[in-house]
Ligand binder design. Structure first.
Ligand SMILES: Cc1cc2nc3c(=O)[nH]c(=O)nc-3n(C[C@H](O)[C@H](O)[C@H](O)COP(=O)(O)OP(=O)(O)OC[C@H]3O[C@@H](n4cnc5c(N)ncnc54)[C@H](O)[C@@H]3O)c2cc1C
Length: 415
């Protein structure tokens, strides 16, 4: 795999860009692999990448029923932050955020990571107390956040109306090194690196069955034929319940659609991400100038991977008091993804009732930010057969034992 560089751009400019090679190969599946990863979203690809990079395991196929990055990874609003309340969450999200900082250099692929700062508005007394508590917890966890005043909020985000009649801004939890990145580039960067290490990324290959013998996985049935493997990693977000069903076990997961929309492009007006969790909405501005807007998840379980009109109205109505300028904007596009929600709003990175099958899911509305950290932790679990320190608390057994990692304040609407 040739490295991307300023020199390569100059060389290709001189020869009319005829020398670029494909970013990843599109091979047919082999009969057998050491590891099969189901799902070429960010988490699946990151798992494969860190298996190769950290453990030297390269006989890997990543199977994707659609196109890589076409699930939630290519549909999210790209917020990256690590200001979670509980210690295990802060550890994995902060690991992830720090890996994002060096992603472009590590993978030789421009992820457009922009640490522009993320602000979570406190618009009720309850939220003030909640975010002050999180800020204190973050100090102990080594995550850099602070609780800021309404005046400071206005200074950072001049377009905001801090004196709204229903929900005035009373302060905010501010994480200056949080931000956003280009979501497709994360999937593409990992895919290119995996392919460069000799792994097979097989698109349009749907897994239709999981085979096992004596309680241990032996392979999968797919739309491109049967493939054997020694280890299987299921990393399919909103389809996790379906895949677990194929393997013969159940998950404490609900799948719902989550939607987002973008406005027409306008001049730069907001250079950080603002989340307003009381009113259910959040907003940032893309590099193209569009206002990227998201709201809450659907109130009922479904697999509807598309937008719906009532969400536009609900989300804009929620945000318009705090951002009066959006009342004049035309909305251009909206879409949906199927997210996988657990009861405690924390992920699952776990062994399963079947030997050598591992599952990574439950990131719900907030798993873009965790892709590198999750891939790192999942690779350790798959390689060693036991979770390392980052994944130890996120096992399936916590639901049996009542050891919940309650992030219902930090997650949910707050992506
Ligand atoms: C509208 C929206 C906004 C969001 N905003 C944010 C945000 O701002 N910040 C944040 O951190 N998170 C956000 N998220 C959540 C985030 O996008 C997800 O948590 C994350 O992308 C999940 O990644 P993944 O790799 O697990 O899943 P996916 O990207 O969905 O990948 C799973 C893949 O598995 C494939 N698959 C499924 N079944 C099969 C099968 N049988 N065989 C083969 N392949 C299969 C799918 O086609 C899919 O490509 C948002 C999500 C949505 C929908």
């Amino acid at each position: 795999m040739r490295r991307y560089s300023a020199f390569a751009i100059a060389r290709e400019a001189l020869r009319h860009h005829t020398g670029w090679e494909r970013a990843w190969r599109s091979p047919e599946p082999k009969k057998r692999y050491n590891v099969i990863v189901i799902g070429a979203g960010g988490h699946g690809l990151a798992t494969a990448y860190y298996l190769g990079k950290n453990y030297g395991i390269r006989d890997i196929a990543v199977l994707e029923k659609g196109w890589l990055g076409g699930g939630n990874t290519g549909r999210n609003t790209t917020i990256i932050r690590s200001n979670y309340l509980q210690d295990p969450s802060a550890a994995i999200y902060e690991k992830s955020r720090s890996l994002y900082e060096t992603f472009s250099q590590d993978l030789n692929y421009n992820a457009m990571f922009s640490p522009r700062g993320v602000m979570m508005l406190a618009q009720t007394q309850h939220e003030i107390r909640g975010y002050q508590r999180t800020a204190h917890a973050n100090v102990l966890q080594g995550v850099q956040t602070e609780f800021i005043s309404p005046e400071r909020v206005k200074e950072i985000v001049p377009i905001i109306n801090v004196g709204g009649p229903r929900y005035p801004v009373l302060g905010a939890l501010w994480q200056p090194r949080a931000g956003s990145a280009r979501h497709d580039a994360i999937a593409w960067g990992y895919a290119r690196a995996c392919s460069g290490m000799g792994m097979d990324i097989i698109q349009k290959c749907e897994v239709t069955g999981v085979r096992s013998e004596g309680g241990v996985v032996t392979g999968v049935n797919t739309s491109k034929g049967d493939i054997d493997c020694e280890k299987l990693a299921i990393v399919v977000a909103g389809h996790s319940g379906h895949l677990a069903g194929m393997a013969g076990f159940r998950l404490p997961i609900e799948s719902v659609a989550l939607q987002a929309l973008v406005s027409e492009p306008i001049k730069p007006c907001m250079d950080c991400v603002v989340m307003a969790n009381t009113v259910h909405g959040y907003m940032s501005q893309s590099d193209k100038g569009e206002m990227v807007i998201g709201g809450g998840a659907d109130g009922y379980n479904n697999y509807t991977q598309r937008g719906s009109f009532h969400h536009i109205e609900e989300t804009i109505r929620a945000l318009v008091e705090t951002f009066p300028m959006i009342s004049r904007l035309k909305m251009m596009r909206m879409w949906g993804g199927i997210v996988d929600m657990t009861g405690d709003r924390s992920p699952i990175i776990s062994k399963t009732p079947l030997g050598n099958i591992f599952i990574n899911c439950g990131w719900g509305t907030g798993g873009f930010k965790s892709i590198p950290g999750s891939g790192w932790a999942m690779a350790e679990l798959v390689a060693k057969g036991e979770p390392g320190p980052l994944a130890a608390e996120f096992g399936l057994d916590r639901f049996k034992e009542g050891r919940f990692i309650d992030e219902s304040v930090a997650a949910g609407v707050a992506h």
